[in-house]
Design a protein around this ligand. Structure first.
Ligand code: BG6
Length: 490
């Protein structure tokens, strides 16, 4: 189409993100024939490779995928034919001039290009400025730049980054990726909430006791010590992925499913979160670090023993927090968020606990064993919904029990797309609904900034949890009432 780019430039083409996420996702888009014929890719990296070297690299990378799903050779050929490799030094303005000269015009119109910065956040500013210096921020309506979280490392640096971005590009050209928004279940939340009459009337403080958002991972930090030890779980996951989940759970219906309408509503949620005072941080947030333990029968080392982590590091690998959203819908309903590495298994879930019924009619069932209703929305690995309701136990007595209504979001044989596939297509088609607007990023930082600041000062001690457990006991202190507990299982 007239708006779609015909060049897609991948900065950091040999890096982790490009290797594990971008290239497989672009290839999948090729396979389902969602890439227009005239779209070409420029892979840009430091290695002195030729395009042939690069193509060999991509072939190796996709080999297993192609064999496993018996993808026809011609799909691969079509994909490879789109690529050129460009050796570049991000700091060298000459590289950008070469790049500019290399960008072909889209038919009779000018060039339209996506610049995907799959590079270290520390290099964002350099690249953004150099792109502008080479005139590559033009044409304004057409060229797009994609950046990955983390957008800064606290409120201040996020504001600086946004300022630099805005000095060089228009907000309309900027695509800030939070890949959780590309996950099917997250988008499904909007449908679940706003397409079902039986849900939305209950979705408020009159009926909901509290909300839990868990993103548990069993993996450790792998080879990412350099990045992770500076970031920690609060910056790496909670500020972005979990806050995004929170906004989608809590937002009002937008007037239309358009990028800005949607993002306006999300920002309103973030702005309504009650600021956490310095002295309240202890009551609102818990951090911890894993020690050695075992997962799935495999013994794993503690964080301090991970490759390139210095003994004595107090970086958190687990973070939990409690937030209140002070608006008419949510006032008084705690939102409990937690995320951690080296937990027993990978599981992301939104758990909504409803209030107890006002009347205790079924006396034969002792009050304390009456569980309130829950709705559990599992995001990964399974994408499913579970509703827990009371039914009568068969028999002569009037006893109740809990039954789970389980629904997978997928029919048999259906597969979900990888989040990156969805998001990359959105970048190409120019739909910014699932990307983070500058004020969203800033407000999310503003919410967690007090916690961040407090933790930065308190450097002596961090609670621990054994790898393979659901986190430290300290995480229980966040709960407002005794009958609230972390929901670990479906
Ligand atoms: C990334 C974090 O943003 O998300 C990683 O930096 C984390 O630490 C990853 O492992 C989780 O994403 P997913 O899609 O694998 O759940």
């Amino acid at each position: 189409s007239q708006n779609e780019p015909c060049s897609f430039v991948i900065f950091g083409a040999t890096g982790d993100l490009a290797t594990h996420k971008l290239l497989p996702a672009l290839f999948d888009l090729e396979r389902v024939e969602r890439l227009v014929d005239d779209l070409s890719f420029i892979a840009l990296a430091r290695r002195s490779w030729t395009t042939d070297d690069w193509l060999e690299h991509v072939r190796t990378l996709l080999k297993d995928k192609i064999e496993q799903s018996s993808i026809p050779q011609e799909v691969l050929n079509r994909f490879l034919a789109r690529f050129r490799y460009l050796q570049a030094d991000l700091n060298d303005t000459e590289s950008y001039r070469t790049l500019a000269a290399d960008l072909t015009a889209c038919g009779s119109t000018g060039s339209r290009t996506v610049f995907y910065l799959a590079i270290r956040p520390a290099d964002f500013v350099t690249v953004i400025k150099n792109l502008k210096a080479a005139g590559l921020n033009e044409p304004r309506g057409m060229n797009r730049v994609v950046i990955e979280k983390p957008f800064g490392e606290d409120l201040e640096s996020a504001q600086v980054l946004n300022r630099v971005l805005h000095q060089n590009f228009d907000e309309e050209q900027i695509y800030r990726i939070d890949h959780f928004l590309g996950k099917e279940t997250v988008q499904n939340l909007l449908v679940f909430r706003f397409a079902n009459t039986i849900i939305e009337p209950l979705w408020n403080r009159n009926f909901i006791d509290h909300v839990q958002i868990t993103v548990a991972e069993s993996i450790g930090i792998g080879k990412r010590a350099g990045y992770y030890d500076r970031a920690g779980a609060l910056r790496d996951m909670l500020q972005n992925h979990l806050m995004q989940l929170l906004t989608v759970v809590a937002m009002e219906p937008p007037p239309a499913l358009e990028a800005d309408a949607l993002r306006d509503e999300k920002v309103k949620v973030l702005r309504s979160i009650r600021p956490i005072g310095k002295r309240a941080v202890h009551a609102h947030a818990v951090r911890a670090q894993y020690t050695h333990g075992s997962i799935d029968g495999q013994s794993v080392v503690g964080y301090q023993q991970e490759e390139n982590i210095e003994l004595g590091s107090i970086t958190e690998t687990f973070a939990a927090a409690k937030f209140y959203i002070d608006n008419w819908r949510w006032r008084g309903v705690p939102f409990y968020l937690r995320t951690g590495k080296r937990m027993p298994r990978q599981h992301s879930m939104i758990a909504i606990r409803f209030k107890h019924p006002p009347q205790q009619l079924f006396r034969e069932t002792p009050l304390e064993s009456i569980d309130p209703n829950w709705i559990l929305l599992s995001i990964q690995p399974e994408e499913s919904m579970h509703m827990e309701i009371h039914v009568k136990q068969p028999g002569l007595d009037m006893n109740t029990r809990v039954m789970q209504m389980n629904a997978s979001f997928l029919k048999t044989d259906e597969q979900t797309l990888d989040a990156y596939e969805t998001l990359l297509l959105d970048v190409i088609e120019g739909d910014r609904s699932l990307f983070i607007r500058f004020d969203e990023a800033e407000w999310a930082w503003r919410v967690i900034d007090p916690i961040l600041k407090f933790w930065t000062v308190e450097r002596e001690y961090i609670p621990t949890y054994p790898a393979g457990s659901w986190g430290p006991a300290e995480a229980n202190r966040l709960f407002d009432s005794d009958d609230q507990i972390w929901r670990n299982e479906l």
